[in-house]
Design a protein around this ligand. Structure first.
Ligand code: MFK
Length: 566
């Protein structure tokens, strides 16, 4: 018998996810003053090490573990215990210790602490099996509680923003009912006064991360009218001192396409004690601070997942040999990766612009224009980056050939998890309509956007960058003119065009922002971001055709694809 030694392909691997991320580091170097960057960088480097090392390895080992619901104990008691995966347990401790929520509320660097926090989130998220979900809701709950002015905030916010794992709480956000995931105003849960308090009765159909210690939810106080105005915002503590659920039953966990580590459940509320947070009506309006924070997390998570996929694809391209050379030396393969990197850079700039604005608004250092821009850009950033994440992760899987389609490589999870990003926290269409809502309530928001873009593109000295910057501004102007003209003529046509409108703005803003970042990078002698800006422009608006780009500079394309310096 002849010994057969088959070829085994070395798998992709990750290094320090902060040190290796040129786009993130260049962005931070632009927006953070040097002394702030020096202070926060050790925490980012440490998180980058965890994300590329221990947590990544754990996530591969943990691949088949999923949350388990035990409804009854041996003696017939209803317990509804949910056991989460080992990585989720580790993630909870780390999230508290590393201040994944706390950093924003301690605000050691004022408004820029939001940038610091979301840079940590971006590094932590892709290695922790969507533990970002409960953290996003926790952050959203802390903000909503603080804005509510309720005395409950004093009790809960200390837990939500704690760095002590023993004190740290996460929060749920129970909105969805079977009557409507998007049309929340149709919710059927009722709130009934009892003694000094309130009890909730109803069924919540899609409650993410059901292991949280508290939740914010909506219910209709008995006698209230229909719609979102008739709902009220309630605070619920899920368990009593003995760990028993308080008037809550977990019917089952959802069997989902992705986010399979997230214990998403169907709940019945059977008289769950609850405290109204901000009056007894206008619940939809009162929960929107939470929605806007979780939508920002969604945008950053989209970018982070794209980055993870590209990091793995890039490492693989160096290791995988086909047709006589490493994939990293194959012109068409690197051309494809370069296109993905350009998408990532656009999404990163857009999501983090929303983060910067959020920080300024929260710390009350925002101009009126910042406030307008934040309201407009939050849905746009969420919807634009969510769509990009699915497209990019699909291409990432393809770049591994058949290996990308095989479960125990861990790669298919990336695409499955990405698919939730355009869905939860408002689908692309719902957020497109929210973009119109923001503009219809505040006509100045569009002017604010145009002014901000003029400032961004005013920084562009490089001729090609200036050209794409101008095109981006012109495209935004054209979209504005379409909205103005169509609004008067046919509101239904405006509704039908909402997605095209919102994506046009999102994509154009990305191009302008990457062009600005590229201008900064050029000053440091780095041309990679410039090529990313030109590629985005070429891919999206026929701003440039491949012919305009001139002869393909293959060395430059490879630098962008493999993120290598010139
Ligand atoms: C890792 C990533 C993190 C993600 C983790 C998340 C975990 C997943 C958990 C979930 O998925 S929870 C479910 C998420 N569900 C949604 O996001 C609901 C999607 N649907 C919408 O957003 C609808 O647009 C909405 C429910 C808001 C429509 O309801 P209505 O009652 O028809 O809204 P209406 O009447 O237009 O607005 C009510 C008020 O809220 C208005 O103010 P006024 O009362 O003063 O007139 C609006 O201006 C205001 N409003 C609505 N959206 C707003 C907002 N204000 C600020 N920002 C917004 N986004």
């Amino acid at each position: 018998m002849r010994a057969i030694e088959p070829f085994n392909q070395p798998p992709p691997d990750l290094g320090n996810q902060y040190d290796e991320d040129r786009a993130l580091r260049q962005y931070l170097a632009r927006v953070l003053p040097p002394e702030v960057l020096a202070e926060v960088e050790p925490s980012l480097r440490e998180m980058g090490e965890l994300a590329g090392g221990e947590l990544y390895r754990m996530s591969l080992e943990d691949r088949e573990n999923e949350p388990v619901l035990t409804q009854w104990d041996a003696w017939g008691n209803r317990v509804d215990h949910i056991e989460v995966s080992p990585l989720w347990k580790r993630a909870e401790v780390l999230a508290a210790q590393k201040g994944l929520v706390a950093t924003a509320y301690e605000a050691a660097h004022g408004a820029l602490s939001r940038v610091h926090q979301f840079a940590l989130v971006y590094l932590f998220g892709p290695s922790t099996d969507v533990y970002s979900c409960p953290l996003a809701m926790t952050d959203g709950a802390a903000r909503t509680l603080l804005e509510s002015g309720s005395s409950v905030a004093e009790r809960a916010v200390g837990h939500l923003t704690s760095r002590d794992p023993a004190r740290f709480w996460t929060s749920g956000q129970w909105m969805t009912e079977s009557t409507g995931g998007s049309d929340v105003g149709r919710s059927e849960t009722v709130a009934v006064p009892e003694g000094d308090g309130w009890r909730l009765w109803g069924r919540k159909w899609f409650t993410s991360a059901t292991t949280s210690q508290m939740a914010l939810t909506l219910a209709r106080p008995e006698g209230n009218g229909p719609g979102g105005r008739g709902l009220a915002l309630f605070y619920v503590e899920t368990r009593d001192d003995d760990g028993r659920l308080r008037g809550i039953e977990v019917n089952r966990l959802k069997d989902k396409l992705g986010t399979r580590k997230v214990p998403t459940a169907e709940l019945t509320l059977r008289g769950a004690p609850a405290i109204p947070l901000k009056g007894l009506d206008s619940g939809v309006r009162n929960i929107t601070p939470m929605l806007n924070i979780t939508r920002t997390w969604n945008a950053v998570t989209s970018v982070a997942l794209m980055r993870r996929g590209i990091a793995l694809a890039r490492d693989y391209a160096r290791r995988r040999v086909a047709f006589g050379a490493a994939l990293a030396d194959k012109p068409l393969h690197v051309e494809t990766l370069a296109g993905l990197q350009a998408e990532l850079e656009g999404a990163l700039q857009l999501a983090f612009w929303a983060v910067e604005l959020l920080g300024r608004v929260e710390q009350q250092t925002a101009s009126e224009r910042d406030v307008q821009l934040l309201r407009l850009l939050t849905p746009i950033a969420k919807l634009t980056t969510g769509k990009q994440a699915v497209a990019v992760l699909s291409e990432v899987l393809e770049s591994f050939g058949g290996a990308g389609y095989v479960e125990d490589t861990g790669l298919p999870t990336l695409l499955r998890d990405a698919q939730v990003l355009p869905i939860w926290e408002g689908t692309t269409n719902v957020l497109s309509l929210d973009t119109l809502r923001a503009l219809s309530r505040d006509h100045g928001a569009f002017v604010a956007l145009r002014e901000a873009l003029a400032e961004v593109t005013g920084e562009l000295e490089d001729e090609a960058l200036a050209r794409v910057g101008r095109k981006a501004s012109e495209t935004v102007d054209r979209a504005g003119a379409w909205l103005r003209d169509t609004m008067g003529a046919d509101p239904l046509e405006v509704e039908a065009g909402a997605r095209r409108f919102a994506l046009t703005i999102g994509r154009s803003v990305e191009i302008a922002l990457v062009a600005r970042q590229a201008q900064h990078a050029l000053r440091q002698g780095d041309g990679r971001t410039r090529l990313a800006a030109l590629r985005l422009a070429e891919a999206r608006h026929d701003f440039l055709t491949p012919v305009d780009r001139g002869r393909l500079d293959r060395a430059a394309v490879r630098q962008l694809a493999m993120d290598e310096p010139a």
